[in-house]
Design a protein. Structure first.
Length: 682
């Protein structure tokens, strides 16, 4: 309303005009105050606003110039990296301390945000524990969906099963499934009650058993999910990663995944049984959104007390769709850790596939006799028999019982013996002048025996070159004993065979039905107590010759073949298009491949991977191959294909080596010469 003129004389009209002017004046004054208050309020808000930026390690790392209100957390108080928790705000040209906080939640958020910015998709894996017969169904379901998982095996369970499942799990591993150790006897190790020696048996003897049986084992799963920190260091000699933390029940936010900064010896898994389908799906979505590492576990698919077949299929259908949408990768546990954390899975020449290099007869080859021979264990009475005998404990049992049904007198001596042929071993090499012998022994009257591991080396003329005796202690619980014996000195290399035996001597009268158990003997030539694998030669390295010049594309979805020019006593290289290697000497070989590759421009939507195929008959086509799969990050990546094959090769066999770049577009080139390191094991 316009201002009104006030003119004389003073009357009712002029008074009304004056009042109206005052009303308008106060209205405007109120508006001015509100406007000024809003501006002051905004300035006040601006002076208090926190513009969060990324944290810095130390106060000295704060930038000298920043925008008003920029706020940063200082992570560490000193060079020892003691947590700081201090937050600084840039105000009027200087950094001012504004808060001391618990940095944990903020650090977790920062980790998630940082992880999302990295060019690595979410990785999901599945494991099934304990080695139950329902693993057959689990295997078939995963195969149906075109996925793989891992099987965590309790070694003593499969070794003593009525129907030996070892070959079944070997087949699973050949088809891309992982085999993990789940300890020897599934004993809880969540507190400190177990001795270090017991824990070492549970953790590392399980690894050795699986290795002896021909499995390639990289991961460990703790019984009952939790491993006490007291035992963590025991994992580091043999395993690349381990699940040792309980995270089975999803929290309220359904985040069960880890990030790249996780300790791979302290990983956790999410239970498929204990969480609803909805929570599991949300956990998968959260891992995909934040590009995390998510592992699930279960036990007996289809068993009334465990996960139903229907629920497992529901979960696999969900993740299968996610992989087809290129949202995540679903890999076996070994590949999952290698791909996500960048950890190279172990490849130990001296501890893998030991049973294939084992020269010992099996415990099913025990006979009652006084004359040792090759290929059998004989049970020998060193004195007058008192009715003692040896036989397999039960049909197909992996151990033998030495029985004293009538007891025995003090001083009774018996033994289990075998002969090992060593004449063809190159004993001029010092590494081949030792014999490693180990076995498992236990007894229901262990304290009544003196037990010795013995070995005699005999020359071809029947005389023995030297004799070794190694006392050992047995107890009521199964335990492994071992010894190393020297074949001969440098001036006496004519040894033809070794007589290896376990001798039992009764320290006092034995009661009736006394038993001694004998299991899993391992004998190797050219080993020591830490290697346990027979070695016929030092390893040698060959170059694999590519079909194309270095820097040229290997080809999209075509088999890229390799030749070789090696020529030694074991093999010749081939370059005529019929294969890579021609074997000259029959035996067990360990082939360790290393390809260094660069991928560019790949938009492969499902399973960006390389396939390595090594086949052994008879040429590049029509073979029965063995394949390994190696994943890369699209569209561009520099990575290595590292893989170990242990193969029994006969003279005249051809070995064909090929790579398959599984992408319809983009290029894959070799960055350097591809190599294969070869060791003849037997």
């Amino acid at each position: 309303m316009p201002r009104k003129e006030i003119k004389g004389p003073i009357n009712d009209e002029t008074l009304n005009n004056m009042n109206n002017n005052f009303i308008e004046l106060f209205k405007n004054l109120s508006n001015i105050v509100n406007i000024i208050s809003d501006e002051l309020y905004q300035q006040l808000i601006d002076s208090m606003r926190f513009k969060w930026r990324g944290p810095v390690d130390f106060y000295e790392d704060l930038p000298s110039q920043a925008s008003e209100g920029e706020t940063r957390q200082v992570l560490y108080e000193d060079n020892d990296k003691n947590p700081s928790g201090k937050v600084y705000r840039y105000t009027n040209g200087e950094w001012r301390l504004v808060q001391q906080i618990d940095a944990g939640p903020l650090n977790q958020l920062d980790t998630r945000v940082a992880n999302v910015s990295k060019n690595t998709p979410a990785v999901i894996s599945f494991m099934h524990d304990d080695g139950f017969q329902e693993d057959d169904l689990t295997y078939r379901i995963f195969k149906e969906y075109g996925l793989t998982c891992g099987f965590a095996i309790i070694t003593d369970r499969i070794l003593h099963a009525n129907k030996n499942p070892i070959e079944k799990y070997r087949q699973y591993q050949r088809e891309g499934f992982s085999i993990l150790s789940h300890s020897a006897n599934h004993q809880a190790m969540s507190n400190e009650d177990m001795s270090i020696n017991q824990a070492d048996y549970e953790i590392n003897h399980s690894f050795k058993d699986l290795s002896v049986l021909g499995f390639d084992v990289d991961g460990f799963v703790t019984p009952m999910s939790t491993l006490n920190d007291k035992y963590i260091d025991l994992l580091k000699d043999n395993y690349s990663y381990a699940y040792t933390r309980f995270t089975g029940n999803l929290p309220a936010d359904n985040r069960g995944h880890a990030f790249k900064d996780a300790d791979v010896m302290r990983l956790g898994r999410v239970s498929l049984l204990n969480n609803s389908e909805e929570k599991i799906k949300e956990a998968i979505d959260n891992a995909i959104r934040e590009k995390g590492f998510l592992a699930f576990y279960e036990h007996r698919t289809g068993h009334p007390d465990w996960i139903s077949e229907e629920k497992l299929r529901t979960v696999l259908s969900y993740v299968k769709q996610k992989t087809e949408n290129d949202d995540c990768l679903v890999l076996n546990p070994d590949d999952a850790v290698r791909y996500y954390f960048g950890k190279s899975n172990r490849s130990k020449y001296t501890s893998r596939n030991l049973i294939q290099a084992n020269l010992s007869p099996g415990t099913d080859k025990v006979i009652n006799s006084n004359s040792a021979d090759y290929g059998t264990w004989i049970f020998s009475n060193h004195q007058t028999s008192q009715g003692e005998n040896a036989r397999p404990a039960t049909v197909n049992a992996p151990y033998t019982e030495v029985n004293y049904p009538n007891g025995a007198n003090s001083g009774t001596i018996d033994s289990l013996q075998t002969k090992i042929y060593v004449a063809t071993i190159d004993k001029s090499n010092a590494k081949n002048r030792s014999l490693y012998f180990s076995t498992e022994l236990w007894s229901n009257n262990a304290d009544l025996f003196d037990v010795e591991l013995r070995c005699r080396f005999y020359r071809s003329n029947g005389s023995f070159a030297n004799n070794h005796v190694y006392p050992v202690t047995i107890n009521p619980n199964k335990s492994r004993v071992e010894a190393v014996f020297s074949i001969a000195n440098e001036t006496d290399l004519s040894v033809e065979y070794a007589l290896v035996y376990v001798q039992f001597r009764a320290k006092s009268n034995l009661p009736s039905n006394t038993k001694v158990y004998f299991a899993e003997p391992v004998i190797g030539i050219g080993t020591d107590a830490t290697e346990n694998t027979a070695r016929i030669n030092d390893p040698f390295t060959i170059t694999l010759q590519s079909e194309v010049e270095r820097g040229e594309n290997l080809g999209n979805r075509v088999w890229h073949k390799y030749a070789s020019s090696v020529n030694n006593r074991f093999m010749n290289g081939l370059n005529d298009g019929t294969g890579t290697l021609l074997i000259k000497e029959t035996g067990l070989y360990s082939l360790n491949f290393n390809f260094n590759l660069e991928v560019a421009g790949s938009t492969q939507t499902n399973y960006p991977r390389m396939m390595l195929e090594v086949s052994t008959t008879p040429n590049f086509g029509g073979d029965t191959p063995s394949r390994s799969y190696h994943y890369y990050t699209k569209p561009d990546d520099v990575f290595s294909v590292i893989s170990n094959y242990t193969l029994w090769l006969k003279a005249g066999d051809k070995v064909s080596v090929k790579l398959w770049f599984d992408s319809a577009n983009g290029t894959c080139i070799e960055m350097m010469d591809s190599m294969c390191r070869i060791l003849k094991l037997s």
